[in-house]
Design a protein around this ligand. Sequence first.
Ligand code: SF4
Length: 352
Amino acid sequence: MKYVMKGNPETGKLNLPHLIVAQSYNCDYACIGCNAVGNGESINPRRMLKIVDDWRAYNMGDAIFHLKGGEPLMFEGIWDTVNHAACKGLYLFMTTSGSKVDQEAVKRLQGVYDKTDGQVIVSLDGSREEINALSRQRGSFETARSAIETLVESGVPVAWNYRVHRGNQEDIGDAIRLANELGVEQFNVLYHAQIRNRNGNLEVPDLEVILPQLERARNNRARDMLEWSVVDMIQRLGSGKYDCNGCTAGFRGFAYITPDGNVYSCPNTVSEKHRLGTIDDSFENLFENGKNLREVHKERLVCKGELEAATKDKEYQRKLDEEEELIKEKIAKTETTSEEREPIAVCFNRNY
Ligand code: SF4
């Protein structure tokens, strides 16, 4: 299913509740800029089943249960967890490098997605090996490409997460072309990532380079895949139909659990200030604790989580401020007025 995280700023609720769990940060890759660094903690498999039960009990209607890591396909008890989530009627999302998507895994995922909807989100930062290797594990391009291909062929819904930095910013058009060929249903451009290269230089990409490629792709063949991407967001906000009130961090229905059992408002806001509590607290109490955080995330048009990280890095802060100015300028150029504006909050990163 295609998915963009949105919320209603008037109620402070996410449109579709979304729980993200990193059972552990174990991974067989060592990608540049990965922030999933822990000290070997993990949530035990029985506890994972209870988290699924609690999440199901908290949400009467549709809700997403999302595994990210580390590498979810290396989690202890992974198949019990995902089958349990699917049997409970939760949508299943899983963010993976594709490194463990072998025949057996594809068969099992096929079985799970026969029971529910959702996405397997494959992280891949280039349309070919030499580009992908600039930020991800060397030699991993073909593994990820083939994982996408096999999953799509097996009827598993697949999204592609593309972290942009200066080294791959001109490759986005080619990557979207490949995503189209492979049958990916959603392409996420993660352009706020605080990636430093192997020499330590900041690699925040240039939006002026990204936007024309997204515009071309959106006009040609990828409108659906790029819904609420930065270029689509500019068009939508410029249309005057929306009143965008910031991002969805701190919204009721959105939480991120880390391997040490802490719960935060978003995977991009892992800090004491954004800690909602622990897995021993009820979801009701966790979201009550998070309600004041919404103020922190209001009235900006770039990812506030990254912005928080930027307070410790002035160069990064300046880059994000520049991005936001550019987005505002572009919106102003297309802006039309409308009597009825839908109040909306949206995640500018689109995915995790
Ligand atoms: S924009 Fe950033 S901080 Fe806000 S919800 Fe998305 S990832 Fe989280």
